[in-house]
Write a protein that binds this ligand. Structure first.
Ligand code: AHG
Ligand code: MN
Ligand code: MN
Ligand code: MN
Length: 336
Protein backbone atom coordinates (compact mmCIF):
# COMPACT_ATOMS: atom_id res chain seq x y z
CA UNK A 1 0.00 0.00 0.00
CA UNK A 2 1.40 3.39 -0.96
CA UNK A 3 1.40 5.37 2.28
CA UNK A 4 1.66 8.59 0.27
CA UNK A 5 -1.49 7.84 -1.79
CA UNK A 6 -3.93 10.70 -2.51
CA UNK A 7 -7.60 9.96 -1.87
CA UNK A 8 -10.51 11.90 -3.43
CA UNK A 9 -11.13 13.58 -0.09
CA UNK A 10 -7.54 14.77 0.35
CA UNK A 11 -7.49 15.78 -3.33
CA UNK A 12 -10.67 17.88 -3.01
CA UNK A 13 -9.45 19.43 0.28
CA UNK A 14 -6.21 20.35 -1.53
CA UNK A 15 -8.23 21.93 -4.36
CA UNK A 16 -10.31 23.83 -1.77
CA UNK A 17 -7.11 25.58 -0.59
CA UNK A 18 -7.20 27.48 -3.92
CA UNK A 19 -10.55 29.00 -2.94
CA UNK A 20 -10.00 30.53 0.55
CA UNK A 21 -13.68 31.48 0.94
CA UNK A 22 -14.86 27.96 0.16
CA UNK A 23 -17.26 26.56 2.77
CA UNK A 24 -16.25 22.94 2.34
CA UNK A 25 -19.83 21.99 1.36
CA UNK A 26 -18.70 20.64 -2.03
CA UNK A 27 -16.25 18.31 -0.24
CA UNK A 28 -19.10 17.01 1.90
CA UNK A 29 -21.35 16.64 -1.17
CA UNK A 30 -18.69 14.70 -3.06
CA UNK A 31 -18.14 12.42 -0.08
CA UNK A 32 -21.85 11.63 0.06
CA UNK A 33 -21.77 10.94 -3.69
CA UNK A 34 -18.76 8.64 -3.21
CA UNK A 35 -20.63 6.66 -0.55
CA UNK A 36 -23.52 6.14 -3.00
CA UNK A 37 -21.06 5.14 -5.74
CA UNK A 38 -19.24 2.68 -3.47
CA UNK A 39 -22.57 1.15 -2.45
CA UNK A 40 -23.54 0.87 -6.13
CA UNK A 41 -20.18 -0.75 -6.95
CA UNK A 42 -20.77 -3.31 -4.18
CA UNK A 43 -24.33 -3.98 -5.39
CA UNK A 44 -23.15 -4.39 -9.02
CA UNK A 45 -20.45 -6.86 -7.88
CA UNK A 46 -22.91 -9.09 -5.99
CA UNK A 47 -25.97 -8.51 -8.20
CA UNK A 48 -26.02 -12.11 -9.42
CA UNK A 49 -25.82 -13.54 -5.92
CA UNK A 50 -28.16 -11.00 -4.33
CA UNK A 51 -30.82 -11.62 -7.01
CA UNK A 52 -30.46 -8.00 -8.24
CA UNK A 53 -30.58 -8.90 -11.92
CA UNK A 54 -33.63 -8.37 -14.07
CA UNK A 55 -36.47 -5.94 -14.24
CA UNK A 56 -38.01 -4.04 -11.35
CA UNK A 57 -41.39 -4.28 -13.09
CA UNK A 58 -41.73 -0.51 -13.62
CA UNK A 59 -40.66 2.00 -16.27
CA UNK A 60 -39.35 5.56 -16.01
CA UNK A 61 -40.45 8.84 -17.60
CA UNK A 62 -38.26 8.34 -20.64
CA UNK A 63 -39.86 4.98 -21.25
CA UNK A 64 -36.95 2.79 -20.07
CA UNK A 65 -37.87 -0.44 -18.27
CA UNK A 66 -36.31 0.03 -14.85
CA UNK A 67 -33.92 -2.70 -13.73
CA UNK A 68 -33.72 -3.65 -10.04
CA UNK A 69 -30.26 -2.04 -9.92
CA UNK A 70 -31.61 1.17 -11.51
CA UNK A 71 -34.06 1.51 -8.63
CA UNK A 72 -31.54 0.53 -5.94
CA UNK A 73 -28.87 2.91 -7.29
CA UNK A 74 -31.43 5.70 -7.51
CA UNK A 75 -32.50 5.29 -3.90
CA UNK A 76 -28.87 5.19 -2.75
CA UNK A 77 -28.04 8.43 -4.60
CA UNK A 78 -31.14 10.27 -3.36
CA UNK A 79 -30.76 9.22 0.29
CA UNK A 80 -27.00 9.80 0.53
CA UNK A 81 -27.31 13.22 -1.12
CA UNK A 82 -30.32 14.31 0.95
CA UNK A 83 -28.54 13.42 4.19
CA UNK A 84 -25.43 15.38 3.19
CA UNK A 85 -27.21 18.72 3.97
CA UNK A 86 -25.48 20.19 0.88
CA UNK A 87 -28.15 19.75 -1.83
CA UNK A 88 -31.10 22.06 -2.54
CA UNK A 89 -32.71 20.00 -5.32
CA UNK A 90 -31.89 17.08 -7.59
CA UNK A 91 -32.99 15.52 -10.88
CA UNK A 92 -32.62 11.83 -11.68
CA UNK A 93 -33.25 9.78 -14.80
CA UNK A 94 -35.45 7.56 -12.66
CA UNK A 95 -37.73 10.32 -11.29
CA UNK A 96 -40.28 12.14 -13.47
CA UNK A 97 -40.15 15.33 -11.41
CA UNK A 98 -37.32 17.11 -9.67
CA UNK A 99 -36.59 16.01 -6.11
CA UNK A 100 -36.73 18.86 -3.58
CA UNK A 101 -34.78 18.44 -0.35
CA UNK A 102 -36.76 19.23 2.79
CA UNK A 103 -35.90 22.66 4.16
CA UNK A 104 -33.90 21.62 7.25
CA UNK A 105 -31.57 19.55 5.04
CA UNK A 106 -31.22 22.01 2.14
CA UNK A 107 -27.79 23.08 0.95
CA UNK A 108 -26.50 25.31 -1.82
CA UNK A 109 -25.88 22.75 -4.58
CA UNK A 110 -28.03 21.19 -7.28
CA UNK A 111 -27.21 17.79 -8.72
CA UNK A 112 -28.51 15.91 -11.77
CA UNK A 113 -27.63 12.25 -12.12
CA UNK A 114 -28.09 9.03 -14.02
CA UNK A 115 -27.75 6.59 -11.14
CA UNK A 116 -27.10 3.60 -13.35
CA UNK A 117 -26.07 4.09 -16.98
CA UNK A 118 -26.09 1.23 -19.46
CA UNK A 119 -28.54 -0.84 -17.46
CA UNK A 120 -29.39 -2.98 -20.48
CA UNK A 121 -25.91 -4.46 -19.92
CA UNK A 122 -26.29 -5.40 -16.22
CA UNK A 123 -27.39 -9.03 -16.59
CA UNK A 124 -24.62 -9.93 -19.06
CA UNK A 125 -21.89 -8.39 -16.85
CA UNK A 126 -20.88 -5.70 -19.37
CA UNK A 127 -19.48 -2.44 -17.95
CA UNK A 128 -22.02 0.06 -16.59
CA UNK A 129 -21.67 3.31 -14.66
CA UNK A 130 -23.19 6.33 -12.92
CA UNK A 131 -23.10 9.92 -14.26
CA UNK A 132 -23.50 13.24 -12.38
CA UNK A 133 -23.40 16.98 -12.86
CA UNK A 134 -23.23 19.50 -10.01
CA UNK A 135 -24.26 23.16 -10.15
CA UNK A 136 -24.58 25.89 -7.53
CA UNK A 137 -28.13 26.98 -6.69
CA UNK A 138 -28.46 30.37 -8.45
CA UNK A 139 -29.07 33.22 -5.93
CA UNK A 140 -31.85 34.80 -8.00
CA UNK A 141 -33.68 31.56 -8.91
CA UNK A 142 -37.45 31.92 -8.47
CA UNK A 143 -38.32 28.19 -8.57
CA UNK A 144 -36.56 24.88 -7.85
CA UNK A 145 -37.01 23.94 -11.52
CA UNK A 146 -35.03 27.03 -12.54
CA UNK A 147 -32.20 25.77 -10.30
CA UNK A 148 -32.22 22.42 -12.07
CA UNK A 149 -32.47 23.64 -15.68
CA UNK A 150 -28.96 25.12 -15.93
CA UNK A 151 -26.67 24.85 -18.95
CA UNK A 152 -23.31 23.13 -19.02
CA UNK A 153 -21.63 26.53 -18.90
CA UNK A 154 -22.57 26.80 -15.20
CA UNK A 155 -21.38 23.35 -14.16
CA UNK A 156 -19.37 23.45 -10.89
CA UNK A 157 -18.10 19.89 -11.34
CA UNK A 158 -19.18 16.75 -13.20
CA UNK A 159 -18.08 13.21 -13.71
CA UNK A 160 -18.88 9.54 -13.75
CA UNK A 161 -18.14 6.24 -12.07
CA UNK A 162 -17.28 3.17 -14.16
CA UNK A 163 -18.25 -0.24 -12.74
CA UNK A 164 -15.94 -2.36 -14.87
CA UNK A 165 -12.92 -4.60 -14.20
CA UNK A 166 -12.16 -1.93 -11.59
CA UNK A 167 -14.35 0.84 -10.19
CA UNK A 168 -13.06 4.24 -11.30
CA UNK A 169 -14.30 7.76 -10.57
CA UNK A 170 -13.52 10.42 -13.19
CA UNK A 171 -14.03 13.92 -11.75
CA UNK A 172 -13.87 17.11 -13.83
CA UNK A 173 -13.71 20.65 -12.46
CA UNK A 174 -12.64 23.88 -14.16
CA UNK A 175 -9.08 22.97 -13.05
CA UNK A 176 -9.05 19.73 -15.04
CA UNK A 177 -9.96 16.04 -15.03
CA UNK A 178 -8.66 13.49 -12.52
CA UNK A 179 -9.21 9.72 -12.24
CA UNK A 180 -9.48 7.80 -8.97
CA UNK A 181 -9.55 4.00 -8.67
CA UNK A 182 -11.46 2.33 -5.82
CA UNK A 183 -9.22 0.25 -3.57
CA UNK A 184 -11.86 -2.14 -2.21
CA UNK A 185 -9.54 -3.30 0.57
CA UNK A 186 -9.72 0.14 2.22
CA UNK A 187 -12.90 1.49 0.56
CA UNK A 188 -11.09 4.58 -0.71
CA UNK A 189 -10.81 6.08 -4.19
CA UNK A 190 -7.09 6.62 -4.87
CA UNK A 191 -5.73 9.18 -7.38
CA UNK A 192 -4.40 6.98 -10.20
CA UNK A 193 -4.87 9.24 -13.25
CA UNK A 194 -3.95 12.84 -12.44
CA UNK A 195 -4.68 15.54 -15.03
CA UNK A 196 -6.35 13.28 -17.64
CA UNK A 197 -6.03 14.54 -21.21
CA UNK A 198 -7.61 12.96 -24.30
CA UNK A 199 -4.94 11.79 -26.78
CA UNK A 200 -4.53 14.08 -29.80
CA UNK A 201 -5.57 12.42 -33.10
CA UNK A 202 -2.43 11.06 -34.77
CA UNK A 203 -0.30 11.32 -31.64
CA UNK A 204 1.55 8.17 -30.51
CA UNK A 205 -0.95 5.78 -28.88
CA UNK A 206 -4.03 7.66 -30.14
CA UNK A 207 -6.62 5.32 -31.65
CA UNK A 208 -8.90 5.77 -34.69
CA UNK A 209 -12.24 4.60 -33.27
CA UNK A 210 -15.80 5.59 -34.10
CA UNK A 211 -18.48 4.51 -31.62
CA UNK A 212 -22.11 4.41 -32.81
CA UNK A 213 -24.98 1.92 -32.92
CA UNK A 214 -24.74 0.87 -36.58
CA UNK A 215 -28.10 -0.88 -36.23
CA UNK A 216 -29.82 2.49 -36.78
CA UNK A 217 -27.91 3.31 -40.02
CA UNK A 218 -31.12 3.10 -42.05
CA UNK A 219 -32.55 6.00 -39.96
CA UNK A 220 -29.50 8.27 -39.84
CA UNK A 221 -29.58 11.71 -41.46
CA UNK A 222 -27.27 12.58 -44.37
CA UNK A 223 -24.59 14.22 -42.23
CA UNK A 224 -24.09 11.21 -39.94
CA UNK A 225 -24.35 8.79 -42.87
CA UNK A 226 -21.66 10.66 -44.82
CA UNK A 227 -19.43 11.02 -41.76
CA UNK A 228 -19.56 7.33 -40.79
CA UNK A 229 -18.98 6.32 -44.43
CA UNK A 230 -15.85 8.47 -44.54
CA UNK A 231 -14.54 6.70 -41.39
CA UNK A 232 -15.07 3.27 -42.98
CA UNK A 233 -13.94 4.17 -46.51
CA UNK A 234 -11.40 6.97 -46.03
CA UNK A 235 -9.95 8.78 -49.06
CA UNK A 236 -6.24 8.69 -49.91
CA UNK A 237 -3.85 6.89 -47.60
CA UNK A 238 -5.86 7.37 -44.38
CA UNK A 239 -6.58 4.15 -42.47
CA UNK A 240 -10.21 3.32 -41.69
CA UNK A 241 -11.49 3.90 -38.14
CA UNK A 242 -12.29 0.80 -36.05
CA UNK A 243 -15.80 0.47 -34.65
CA UNK A 244 -16.29 -0.06 -30.92
CA UNK A 245 -19.74 0.17 -29.30
CA UNK A 246 -20.50 -1.16 -25.78
CA UNK A 247 -23.98 0.33 -25.43
CA UNK A 248 -23.15 1.86 -22.04
CA UNK A 249 -22.40 5.56 -22.58
CA UNK A 250 -20.02 5.60 -19.60
CA UNK A 251 -17.96 2.73 -21.06
CA UNK A 252 -17.92 4.16 -24.60
CA UNK A 253 -17.01 7.67 -23.44
CA UNK A 254 -14.40 6.46 -20.91
CA UNK A 255 -12.68 4.50 -23.72
CA UNK A 256 -12.88 7.59 -25.97
CA UNK A 257 -11.29 9.69 -23.21
CA UNK A 258 -8.42 7.24 -22.70
CA UNK A 259 -7.79 5.88 -26.22
CA UNK A 260 -9.22 8.64 -28.39
CA UNK A 261 -11.98 8.45 -31.01
CA UNK A 262 -15.52 9.75 -31.49
CA UNK A 263 -18.69 8.72 -29.63
CA UNK A 264 -21.95 9.41 -31.45
CA UNK A 265 -25.61 9.15 -30.60
CA UNK A 266 -27.22 11.17 -33.41
CA UNK A 267 -30.83 12.04 -34.11
CA UNK A 268 -32.64 9.48 -36.24
CA UNK A 269 -35.80 9.68 -38.35
CA UNK A 270 -37.60 8.02 -35.43
CA UNK A 271 -35.98 10.04 -32.61
CA UNK A 272 -35.44 13.63 -33.76
CA UNK A 273 -33.40 14.45 -30.61
CA UNK A 274 -31.66 11.09 -30.37
CA UNK A 275 -31.82 9.13 -27.10
CA UNK A 276 -29.19 10.52 -24.72
CA UNK A 277 -30.62 12.81 -22.02
CA UNK A 278 -29.14 16.29 -21.87
CA UNK A 279 -29.09 17.15 -18.15
CA UNK A 280 -27.72 13.97 -16.61
CA UNK A 281 -25.89 12.28 -19.50
CA UNK A 282 -24.83 14.69 -22.29
CA UNK A 283 -23.85 17.73 -20.20
CA UNK A 284 -21.73 15.88 -17.59
CA UNK A 285 -19.97 13.73 -20.21
CA UNK A 286 -19.39 16.72 -22.50
CA UNK A 287 -17.97 18.72 -19.58
CA UNK A 288 -15.49 15.91 -18.82
CA UNK A 289 -14.42 15.47 -22.45
CA UNK A 290 -14.02 19.23 -23.06
CA UNK A 291 -12.00 19.69 -19.83
CA UNK A 292 -9.77 16.82 -21.02
CA UNK A 293 -9.04 18.59 -24.32
CA UNK A 294 -11.72 16.99 -26.50
CA UNK A 295 -14.86 18.52 -27.99
CA UNK A 296 -18.63 18.00 -27.77
CA UNK A 297 -21.44 18.92 -30.14
CA UNK A 298 -25.13 18.45 -30.87
CA UNK A 299 -24.22 18.83 -34.56
CA UNK A 300 -24.25 22.63 -34.41
CA UNK A 301 -22.29 23.69 -31.29
CA UNK A 302 -20.93 22.56 -27.92
CA UNK A 303 -23.44 20.64 -25.79
CA UNK A 304 -22.50 22.96 -22.90
CA UNK A 305 -24.13 25.90 -24.70
CA UNK A 306 -27.60 24.29 -24.74
CA UNK A 307 -30.08 25.85 -22.31
CA UNK A 308 -32.15 22.90 -20.96
CA UNK A 309 -35.93 23.47 -21.15
CA UNK A 310 -37.10 20.15 -19.65
CA UNK A 311 -35.57 17.73 -17.10
CA UNK A 312 -35.63 14.70 -19.42
CA UNK A 313 -34.91 16.57 -22.66
CA UNK A 314 -32.81 14.58 -25.13
CA UNK A 315 -30.12 15.88 -27.51
CA UNK A 316 -28.08 14.42 -30.34
CA UNK A 317 -24.48 14.09 -29.10
CA UNK A 318 -21.03 13.80 -30.68
CA UNK A 319 -18.00 13.60 -28.36
CA UNK A 320 -14.24 13.17 -28.87
CA UNK A 321 -11.39 14.38 -31.10
CA UNK A 322 -11.71 18.11 -31.84
CA UNK A 323 -10.88 17.64 -35.52
CA UNK A 324 -13.54 14.97 -35.92
CA UNK A 325 -16.21 17.03 -34.16
CA UNK A 326 -15.36 19.91 -36.53
CA UNK A 327 -15.86 17.58 -39.53
CA UNK A 328 -19.25 16.52 -38.17
CA UNK A 329 -20.36 20.13 -37.60
CA UNK A 330 -19.27 21.01 -41.17
CA UNK A 331 -21.43 18.15 -42.49
CA UNK A 332 -24.43 19.43 -40.47
CA UNK A 333 -23.81 22.86 -42.04
CA UNK A 334 -23.75 21.21 -45.47
CA UNK A 335 -26.93 19.24 -44.78
CA UNK A 336 -28.96 21.42 -42.34
P1 AHG B 1 -29.46 4.20 -19.33
O1 AHG B 1 -29.09 2.77 -19.11
O2 AHG B 1 -29.01 5.11 -18.22
O3 AHG B 1 -30.92 4.37 -19.67
O4 AHG B 1 -28.63 4.72 -20.58
C1 AHG B 1 -28.55 3.94 -21.71
C2 AHG B 1 -28.03 4.76 -22.84
C3 AHG B 1 -26.51 4.90 -22.85
O5 AHG B 1 -25.87 4.33 -21.76
C4 AHG B 1 -26.08 4.21 -24.12
O6 AHG B 1 -25.11 4.96 -24.80
C5 AHG B 1 -27.35 4.13 -24.94
O7 AHG B 1 -28.41 4.09 -24.01
C6 AHG B 1 -27.39 2.89 -25.78
O8 AHG B 1 -28.58 3.00 -26.54
P2 AHG B 1 -28.84 1.97 -27.75
O9 AHG B 1 -29.06 0.63 -27.10
O10 AHG B 1 -30.06 2.52 -28.44
O11 AHG B 1 -27.62 1.99 -28.64
MN1 MN C 1 -32.52 4.02 -18.41
MN1 MN D 1 -27.73 6.53 -19.09
MN1 MN E 1 -29.75 5.13 -16.29
Amino acid sequence: MDTECVTVTSFVLEQKKKYPGASGELTILLNALLTAIKACAAAVRKAGIAKLYGLAGSSNTTGDDQKKLDVLANELFINMLKSSYTVYAMASEENENLIEVEVPKQGKYVICFDPLDGSSNIDCLVTIGSIFGIWKKPENAKTPLECILQSGENVRCAGYAVYGSACMLVLATKDGVNGFTLDPSIGEFILTAPNMQMPQLGAKGSQRIYSINEGYARNWDKATTEYVHAKKFPEGKDKPFANRYVGSMVADVHRTLLYGGVFMYPATKEAKDGKIRLLYESIPMSYVVEKAGGASSNGQHSILKIQPEKIHQRSPIFLGYKEEIEKIEKLYEKYP
